[in-house]
Design a protein around this ligand. Structure first.
Ligand code: ATP
Length: 286
């Protein structure tokens, strides 16, 4: 794809995303006129309350919504987004499928939706075979071992099934799968949701560490500012599908130009502690 030549891994211009009408439900605009860019090697956090459009945006940026087809998927109806210079709005499903090999996507609840009949090794290795079904067996095995090791799972788990793992271990498997093709962009949607409180920060710290090692760009969606503080270079704040803040966490909150952000500050007790710790989101609720 010649990714390096395209400057920005993600560049949106007036991006509007809509869910088409479905049965009795009218069309719903989930993201309105979004303008942002993600630079090579940058981690952008996306913050917003439930229903603000974070997952919708993540799905579209990953190319997964086009690849999936179907009529309840989000569709770009205004502006566009370029992923490594490829405009998504009119992208065919075939080309979108190819794009998904370049973009790692850790979907919301990825850990709890792993294929239950596959072993850990099969789950992690599957994207390699989807890209190239004739991939060398030994090389596949070696790559799977490398990835399982990279996410700090014991290799003894390679032949176990998802139901035998803890929530944190399952999320690590999902992360290994999302990164197995060595993507230059990772889209992670609420990577710490549903994970036991005691290991939640270990998972986000692992993403931060792998990102530093491999310098991929990333978008990390979370409703938890303390999570984003551990990984994001900048954050984008969404309210009802509209971008209401963009910058480093300190820039966004030190000068809250938008009343929503000022309100958000009040509802995030402890979010501004020096050590980045926060009470918000620690109780395991979403
Ligand atoms: N398949 C769908 N059809 C119609 N509307 C939808 C669909 N999926 C989501 N929406 C609507 O789009 C809006 C944005 O949803 P989205 O899931 O992107 O929000 P979110 O910020 O990720 O929320 P959460 O943190 O709860 O996951 C919501 O109002 C939601 O009801």
């Amino acid at each position: 794809m010649g990714k390096a030549a395209h400057g920005y891994p993600i560049s949106t211009s007036d991006l509007t995303i809509e869910y088409p009408p479905h049965g009795a439900s009218p069309a719903y605009v989930a993201v309105h006129g979004l303008n942002l860019r993600v630079s090579p090697g940058e981690v952008l956090g996306v913050l917003g309350e439930s229903g603000s459009g974070k997952s919708t945006l993540a799905k579209v940026l990953s190319g997964a919504s086009i690849d999936a087809g179907g009529d309840s998927r989000p569709v770009i109806t205004g502006g566009d987004v370029m992923i490594f210079g490829v405009p998504l709005r009119r992208l065919s499903r075939r080309k979108a499928a190819r794009l998904t090999f370049d973009v790692g996507y850790l979907a919301q609840d990825a850990g709890s939706t792993l294929e239950p009949t596959f072993t850990v090794a099969e789950i992690v290795g599957e994207p390699i075979l989807l890209r190239d079904k004739h991939y060398n067996h030994k090389a596949l095995e070696a790559r799977v071992v490398t990835m399982v090791d990279a996410v700090r799972l014991p290799l003894g788990l390679l032949n176990t099934y998802p139901y035998e793992l803890s929530s944190g271990q399952r999320q690590r498997v999902a992360l290994a799968r999302a990164l197995v093709l060595a993507p230059e962009l990772l889209i992670a949607d609420e990577p710490t949701a549903g994970i036991d409180v005691t290991v939640r920060y270990a998972v986000i710290d692992l993403i931060a560490e792998l990102q530093r090692q491999s310098s991929f760009s990333a978008v990390v969606v979370s409703h938890d500012l303390a999570v984003l503080r551990r990984v994001a270079d900048r954050i984008a704040v969404l309210q009802r599908g509209v971008l209401v803040g963009l910058g480093t966490i300190d820039e966004v909150f030190e000068d809250p130009r938008h009343p929503y952000i000022a309100r958000l500050m009040e509802t995030l007790p402890g979010a501004f502690d020096e050590d980045g710790s926060s009470d918000a989101g620690r109780d395991g609720t979403r």
